[in-house]
Design a protein around this ligand. Structure first.
Ligand code: PLP
Length: 395
């Protein structure tokens, strides 16, 4: 068995697709220490610098003092503790939906929700760049799956016509992200909402990389466009700009009640530690304060500062419109080499390769945080410009 793995691992190495874990000996933040050396950290989804914030630490510690560490059982058995209830009430209020339900991760939210929503006789239509959790959820549902090219409402419309013609009785669910995790661009949400209404479909919008970043008080893209009332399922994670861990679905009371009764990753998994729920509640409350909004504005100043430093009109940097700025390289080994070169300069920027992105679409994924200083952004921008100028033209 072990020899078989050795061969398979060797094959991954030969294609520059082998991945390894790096130990970080510090909290998340603008800087991290990896194997004894300090790096400026451009790898984290902790967009607001909340992961190690005193506010969240204190909320978690207070909840540990009161509720201990473990939740003891699944939420339906004995694990629904007051911090879980408070978190869901706070989430629903923040997202302006009647109700909310939390899961132990965003991944669990997706793989629990989609199979509760759709089954064999139904159709799930996803954007091609949807996160693996959404793809896995759609697969688990057993529904017929269709994929439309990234951010292409015209092709989505053809799939919807097909679904209504071939499966007139089916429930049709459209799935997309509001800010895409590896490209940092946004979904054309108004057009998607228009289509879902015209075809009587449901829309699941994963706001994982938008909340905390986009919209007043970081309420996400649907809120920014005034479309919250049109989205059937607003999904997200507590693990990125909210700085904690866990996933959520916000929507109607009946939808949430249905998920409590049908989402297997919710029913058959021990509840998240109550202290995490308390910390996430503190993060959401913080976003609604003037200090929270100021933190989000700082993030946007840093994002715009870096974007201005990148060569104008250079397609390698995509069309980022949030805190994720990709540098699309193509070849896996070249992406690794550039990540190494940035490490030499003191920056931790991960190379993202297949299967996280398509083969031959390897990239560096830069994530900006409100915790970065102007000087840190400036020096990364200079390093990228220098490396870009030295890179072959087709990168
Ligand atoms: C778009 C998207 N959805 C869902 C997830 C899963 O969230 P979590 O990390 O909380 O499991 C992620 C992050 O990994 C993501 O990027």
């Amino acid at each position: 068995m072990s020899e078989l793995f050795e061969e398979q691992l060797q094959a991954l190495r030969a294609r520059a697709l082998h991945r390894k874990l790096r130990e970080i000996g510090t909290p998340q933040g603008a800087e991290v220490r990896i194997v004894g050396r300090q790096f400026v950290n451009f790898s984290s989804n902790d967009y607001l610098g909340l992961a190690a914030d005193t506010l969240l630490r204190e909320a978690a510690i207070a909840a540990i003092e009161e509720f201990g560490v473990g939740a003891g059982a699944s939420r339906l058995i004995s694990g629904t503790q007051s911090p879980h209830v408070v978190l869901e009430t706070t989430l629903a209020k923040w997202k302006r939906t009647p109700a909310a339900i939390c899961f132990s991760s965003g991944y669990a939210a997706a793989v629990g929700t989609l199979p509760a929503l759709a089954s064999k006789q139904d159709v799930v239509i996803l954007d091609k760049l949807c996160h693996a959790s959404l793809i896995d959820g759609a697969r688990l549902s057993g529904a017929t799956i269709r994929v439309f090219p990234h951010n292409h409402p015209g092709k989505l419309e053809s799939h919807l016509e097909w679904a209504r013609r071939e499966h007139p009785e089916a429930r049709v669910v459209i799935v997309t992200e509001s800010v895409f995790s590896m490209d940092g661009d946004r979904a054309p949400l108004r057009e998607l909402v228009e289509l879902k209404k015209r075809f009587g479909a449901s829309l699941l919008l994963d706001e994982a990389h938008a909340i905390g970043v986009v919209g007043r008080h970081g309420r996400g893209l649907a809120a920014e466009l005034g479309l919250e009332g049109e989205i059937d399922l607003q999904m997200g994670t507590l693990s990125k700009s909210l700085g904690v861990s866990g996933g959520y679905i916000c929507g109607s009371r009946n939808l949430i009640d249905w998920l409590i009764n049908r989402a297997r990753s919710f029913i058959f998994s021990t509840a998240p530690p109550p202290a995490l729920a308390a910390a996430a509640t503190a993060a959401i409350r913080f976003l609604a304060t003037p200090e929270g909004e100021a933190r989000r504005q700082t993030l946007w100043r840093r994002i715009l500062q870096l974007r201005k430093m990148l060569p104008e009109g250079d397609a390698a940097f995509g069309k980022p419109s949030a805190a994720i700025i990709p540098w699309i390289i193509g070849h896996e080994q070249q992406a690794l080499d550039l990540a190494d070169a940035l490490q030499q300069d003191g920056f931790f920027v991960p190379a993202i390769r297949y299967p996280t992105v398509a083969k031959g679409a390897a990239r560096l994924r830069v994530t900006v945080s409100a915790a970065h200083s102007e000087a840190q952004i400036e020096s990364l921008g200079e390093a990228i410009k220098r490396l870009r100028a030295a890179a072959p033209a087709d990168r």
